[in-house]
Design a protein around this ligand. Structure first.
Ligand SMILES: Cc1cc2nc3c(=O)[nH]c(=O)nc-3n(C[C@H](O)[C@H](O)[C@H](O)COP(=O)(O)OP(=O)(O)OC[C@H]3O[C@@H](n4cnc5c(N)ncnc54)[C@H](O)[C@@H]3O)c2cc1C
Length: 758
């Protein structure tokens, strides 16, 4: 993440990572607007490029060849990436509602969410047919079908509903691939049957007669049965029925019919047509809201209706970016007129394609190569990311649309006070915190519900207090997720001791800016943190927030423990097994993310691991009699293991191949991308016996990798270890593994306590 030099004055929020928004991100990356912040909200981290999808299905491209990594692109553009599904827009408060996270405020909004086939218009279709969109759903089903045919014997029948360009292209691609897969396994591909249905009497209705005739012939030559004038009226398990009374037994039904927008758009009060597409002016602004732009399939540009095709969404990207910038700078958006004729290159699955433009048609293997060249060149724009141009200009107060905001902007960049003056203003803070609902506990006598100079806590008789503190800078540009990780990380020490979390006080720094923006950052960050604290039964009792250059958050956490139940670092016993509950690799992965060298899905899985609480794992380990436990954090796995062996007076054996590792971490560390803390951690290599022997091992750098909100490293007696791992996996820690064992201290030999093996 990059901390902007200028305070944020305008928030442009993009919903959906469609073909237009990727163009917007790229243009903002190349020429950022000082004071304007972009936030991309998208359900998927990897967004498909429609032009190459059939080629992916046919097996000519890999998943990464045809998907744009939004997490990486947003990082490149200096934009915030919120992986979430938008479910509403409150235009009065100018907020986007999202599933599973706080609302996101906007000044200017842009919607590029595509459309989905209307499966709910036909009985049984939403239950028994697979809509081609969202693509993630289709892809999962497609991968399942591919693995199913490995063991499938006998006939396999696929019905495709919708004979437009998408349906025809997809049918040919699927048939080509499945046939190949069967033949490669020495099986009879004659068992494969494809049926293509459409209510209309013609295929490819938006293309010329010559194109249609080529595809009719191809479908017939390939044995694909066409059912035209046959509206499908019912789908049930294994069966499809048409209005003309025909039935077909099917193994899979795919839905590629007329699409529509999502139902939630109807609640926004935005101008819609009867297909739930947003009615848009030539400037790409919605008819009835100047602050909301729309592009791609979901837009119905009323003066220039066009086919729903990715090519139009792509073309809208540059004018959309320009208009977003213009509006942010207080200038009037400009009209955009899409082209009337467009070139479609439609493939037949077998590296052959048909070109269609107006009345023109030509086809051949060369057309496929031409299409492949165009598509790869398009993708390269979003994968081969060039070095960025530094934005050096000072905030343009023209970005503030009125005098009040201009003065806010100026005051925001004025000299900031240090000391107590650097506190975030109390009104901003109390507004941000007023929405939070931290849990209350009977043993908190004075907490946030009755704020005072300090919190007052009661310690139940017989209990001891566990007290710990952690603090760190934001490593991702999403304050809500950062808040969750920070709270989870801070609670880790308490759980590792075997304690119950009782209370927490927060300390935070927030980059300066205009009040509404600071307030939202505090709100988003603390919402995430409070969710995690509440789930842990830990009451937030107070805190301190100051201004700083970077967003940072930490917590002092109190826990309660029965002194006899303490799981300490010094409790390792020779003969015990060493268990690790979460995979390692967060340090290298986030270092790679900052260098645009990590795949978005690697970052997603790292974040999913970082927000997972260690509470249940600690309870489970304790129930298996563990007396030694620590959470793996900044010193890395080896550092924390050495911290345990030393006070325990034992040595340990670590099995490198058994250590669970996050997806992508081996790749990024092999590329030499490591956390800035790695060199300090590597000093501990002195503790490894024969360490020179292991330096080239791919897992070796990872044992020094500093972890954020890492898992628990604990010892359990060897006879219970396997059962304990099974119990931890059942509790939702799927990566849990026995990673080594505790050995008696070798008093005769050298002082290195750790022996590696593989
Ligand atoms: C099989 C097939 C082949 C095709 N081939 C071609 C072709 O060769 N050329 C062509 O021009 N067109 C083609 N099309 C049409 C093309 O797919 C669409 O026109 C195009 O994808 C529309 O682009 P878009 O940017 O509007 O939306 P999309 O590409 O659908 O992108 C929408 C994005 O928004 C996200 N999103 C959706 N809802 C939400 C939400 N509520 N909150 C957050 N994020 C959300 C999605 O995850 C996705 O990232 C094809 C279609 C199909 C089905």
């Amino acid at each position: 993440m990059r901390t902007p030099d200028q305070p944020v004055l305008r928030d442009i929020v993009l919903i959906g990572g469609g073909h237009s928004h990727v163009g917007v991100l790229k243009r903002f990356a190349m020429k950022p607007v000082p004071g304007v912040r972009l936030t991309l909200i998208c359900r998927d981290t990897h967004t498909p490029y429609s032009g190459m999808l059939p080629g992916y299905v046919a097996g000519h491209y890999s998943y990464d060849d045809v998907h744009i990594d939004l997490s990486r692109l947003a990082e490149f553009a200096g934009a915030r990436f919120y992986r979430a599904e938008a479910t509403g827009i409150d235009r009065n408060t100018k907020r986007v509602t999202c599933k599973g996270r706080p609302d996101v405020p906007y000044d200017i909004l842009s919607i590029n969410i595509g459309s989905s086939p209307r499966v709910n218009e036909v009985e049984g279709a939403s239950e028994f047919a697979v809509p081609v969109k969202p693509i993630t759903g289709f892809n999962n089903r497609w991968l399942a079908l591919l693995s199913r045919i490995e063991n499938h014997d006998g006939p396999l029948t696929v019905g495709v509903v919708g004979a437009g360009a998408g349906g025809v292209e997809l049918t040919l691609a699927m048939q080509y691939r499945l046939k190949n897969e069967l033949e490669q396994r020495g099986r009879n591909s004659d068992q494969l049957h494809f049926h293509l249905f459409d209510a209309a009497n013609e295929i490819l209705p938006t293309h010329n007669a010559k194109v249609r005739s080529v595809f009719r012939k191809t479908l017939s030559d390939r044995g694909i049965k066409l059912h035209l004038g046959s509206p499908v009226e019912k789908v049930s398990e294994g069966l499809l029925r048409t209005a003309t009374g025909d039935t077909l037994q099917t193994d899979e039904v795919l839905w590629v019919t007329r699409a529509g927008g999502p139902a939630w758009l109807a609640e926004t009060g935005l101008a819609l047509d009867d297909g739930l597409f947003l009615r848009v002016r030539d400037t790409l602004q919605v008819e009835n809201d100047d602050n909301i732009f729309v592009a791609g399939d979901i837009a119905n540009v009323v003066n220039h209706p066009r086919e729903k095709a990715g090519v139009f969404a792509v073309r809208q990207g540059p004018p959309l970016a320009d208009n977003l910038k213009r509006l942010a700078l207080g200038k009037a958006p400009r009209d955009f007129h899409p082209q009337k004729k467009w070139l479609a290159l439609i493939s037949t699955g077998d590296k052959y394609a048909v070109a269609s433009r107006g009345d023109v048609q030509f086809d051949g293997a060369l057309v496929w190569r031409w299409k492949d060249w165009i598509d790869r060149r398009f993708m390269a724009k979003f994968t081969d990311l060039p070095p960025m141009e530094e934005a050096t200009t000072l905030p343009d107060t023209g970005a503030a649309q009125n005098a009040e905001e201009a003065s806010q902007a100026i005051s925001a960049v004025a000299m900031r006070c240090g000391g107590c003056g650097a506190k975030v203003g109390s009104t901003v803070l109390s507004r941000a915190l007023s929405e939070l609902r931290p849990i209350e506990r009977d043993d908190i006598l004075i907490g946030l519900h009755a704020p005072d100079d300090a919190a007052v806590l009661r310690i139940p008789p017989g209990k001891a207090v566990v007290h710990t503190v952690d603090f760190f800078r934001a490593f991702i540009d999403d304050p809500y997720t950062f808040g969750r990780v920070a709270a989870n990380h801070s609670l880790g020490d308490v759980f590792a001791m075997g304690a119950e979390a009782q209370s927490a006080t927060a300390v935070a720094t927030v980059p300066y800016g205009i009040e509404s923006k600071v307030e939202d950052v505090v709100y988003q960050m603390m919402s995430g943190a409070v969710e995690v604290l509440n789930e842990a039964g830990c009451a937030l009792v107070g805190g301190h927030t100051g201004e700083g250059r970077e967003l940072a958050l930490g917590f002092a956490v109190n826990g309660l423990i029965d002194p006899d139940d303490v799981m300490s670092k010094g409790g390792l016993r020779a003969g015990d097994a060493l268990i690790l509950t979460k995979p390692i690799g967060t340090g290298t992965l986030f270092a790679a993310h900052a260098r645009l060298a990590a795949k978005g899905r690697w970052i997603d899985s790292a974040l999913a691991s970082m927000v997972q609480s260690n509470k249940k794992a600690a309870d489970c380990l304790r129930s298996f009699g563990s007396k030694a436990c620590t959470d793996v954090t900044g010193f890395g796995l080896l550092g924390h293991l050495v911290e345990m062996t030393r006070p325990s007076g034992v040595d340990a054996e670590l099995d490198l191949s058994a250590i669970p590792v996050l997806p992508g971490a081996e790749e990024t560390s092999a590329a030499g991308i490591l956390s800035s803390l790695q060199p300090a951690n590597i000093r501990l290599r002195r503790g490894i016996r024969d360490q020179e022997r292991w330096v080239k091992h791919p897992r070796y750098p990872l044992i020094f990798d500093p972890q954020t909100a890492g898992g628990l490293l604990a010892s359990v007696s060897a006879d219970k270890a396997e059962e304990c791992v099974r119990a931890l996996k059942a509790l939702g820690y799927p990566y849990t593994a026995i990673i080594g064992r505790v050995t008696p201290q070798d008093e005769s030999g050298p002082i290195e306590p750790i022996t590696l093996k593989e």
